[in-house]
Design a protein around this ligand. Structure first.
Ligand code: AMP
Ligand code: GLY
Length: 423
């Protein structure tokens, strides 16, 4: 019998998960809360329930006994213990419990964990006292990075060129509480140079299996200018990561992280994502995430050749060592179309026009909705992820941009320099 699956979340990542699960011969009906206008073509969406509404999700699963498994994709409900609650109800859930999701939800916890288990990361200090943090800014080197401890939609990290900028950042986080209680504690760390790589892995609590590599583009504007965002585009595989580096990422980061978690008595089941800075031979962890990356998932899952549902089952059951996870040999590039102004103030409700799209192009929806006439309209900062598949990264890039340019809405913004270095 086919199995019905509920996906919690409503962005491009959840659309990519729905897309991969819909291909599984074992999966029946898909549900999604809250979902979005694109996910609605694959799943029954319930926009009235928020992804962070644990009671709402529990109530939904109770009233739908046909749901076999719930996949919790975003960081907040994981950190708030949605998986713990689902399990308490006797329900099957994919994703780490709150104790394991802390690796993402508290940067100070993650930094102390890395120090304890010799996992390479930037040198740092942690402060809960504003005056002590301010004093430290007088003796540290610059640039320096000031981070709110808790979850802040990927925006609680401020890179400061000099002391004045760092003092302003500290004030914004600790005194003005720009990120709420996430800023009760700050991590101040050394600025690292190099290129960033997203190392995602499936984990069943006992083994950790790396996914294919990918690279994100965090800054809003071309040339890595502008504010940090949730991610403006991705490509996979990362052509800059050699097989030797990939092996080192496993040996020096992923495996020691799993072993550290086991030593702490924390069972991690789900997706572990290490955000890395690589500079020559130097590999360091910038942060951990306890979930699929977004938009990384929009290039990773279309390249997955193994049934995603089988992998989720194995992660939950602790049988991941029995599954052979394979990737297609080709490449994928995703260009994110955002609302003008994102990650700061932007407008919603703009009508989206889709032109003719190339073959092998998948448009994943993030912030989209239907208007009263059933037209697609914008409904968030990141609106669409245009993913193209091709034999090479260069071909995938050209295809993604060809299609991205044919999709229009008022004040659309996207980065035009993804993989520009390939010529
Ligand atoms: P995080 O949430 O810690 O990954 O930080 C978000 C982004 O800020 C990262 O993806 C990097 O682009 C940047 N960043 C964070 N920490 C550092 C650092 N120590 N040095 C340089 N850039 C950093
Ligand atoms: N794209 C970065 C993230 O998902 O955190």
């Amino acid at each position: 019998m086919k199995k019905n699956v509920l996906i919690v979340g409503g962005g491009g990542r959840e659309h990519a998960i729905a897309y991969a699960l819909a291909k599984s011969p074992e999966v029946g009906k898909l549900y999604c809360v809250p979902g979005n206008a694109g996910i609605a073509s694959l799943a029954e969406c319930h926009g009235e329930i928020k992804a962070t509404d644990i009671d709402g999700v529990i109530g939904f699963v109770r009233s739908h006994p046909d749901i076999y498994m719930t996949v919790v994709a975003p960081d907040d409900p994981l950190a708030a213990g949605m998986v713990d609650r689902l399990e308490k109800e006797g329900m099957r859930a994919f994703g780490p419990r709150a104790a394991a999701a802390r690796l993402e939800a508290s940067k100070s916890f993650a930094k102390d964990f890395m120090k304890k288990y010799n996992i390479p990361t930037a040198e740092y200090e942690t402060f809960s006292d504003y005056a002590a943090a301010e004093e430290y800014l007088g003796k540290c080197g610059y640039p320096v990075v000031v981070k709110a401890d808790g979850l802040a939609l990927g925006k609680g990290v401020l890179i400061c060129e000099d002391r004045a900028a760092a003092e302003a950042a500290l004030k914004e986080i600790m005194l003005d509480k720009a990120f709420g209680s996430a800023g009760n504690t700050v991590v101040i760390e050394r600025f690292l140079r190099g290129f960033e790589c997203s190392a995602l892995a499936f984990c069943d609590g006992k083994v950790i299996v790396p996914m294919t590599t990918s690279q994100d583009h965090k800054r809003a504007l071309d040339g890595n200018k502008g504010l940090n965002t949730g991610g403006m585009g991705t490509f996979s595989p990362s052509y800059r990561v050699t097989p030797e580096t990939e092996k080192r990422i496993y040996d020096e980061v992923l495996l020691p992280t799993l072993n550290g978690l086991i030593a702490e008595g924390i069972e991690f089941k789900g997706v572990l994502y290490a955000g890395l800075m690589i500079d020559g031979d130097d590999i360091r962890v910038l942060e951990y995430n306890a979930r699929f990356g977004d938009p990384e998932t929009q290039v990773i899952l279309p390249r997955l050749a193994t049934d995603l549902f089988d992998i989720f089952e194995a992660c939950i059951d602790g049988t991941l060592s029995d599954v052979r996870i394979e990737w297609s040999a080709g490449s994928a590039v995703c260009v994110v179309l955002a609302s003008g102004g994102y990650p700061e103030k932007y407008e919603k409700g703009k009508k989206i026009t889709f032109g003719k799209l190339d073959d092998d192009v998948i448009v994943f929806h993030a912030g989209t909705a239907f208007d009263k006439d059933g037209n697609y309209i914008t409904n968030g900062g990141r609106v669409l992820g245009v993913t193209a598949l091709a034999p090479t990264l260069k071909e995938a890039r050209d295809k993604a941009y060809d299609s991205a340019r044919r999709i229009t809405f008022d004040k659309v913004h996207f980065r035009t320099d993804i993989l520009k270095e390939l010529g």
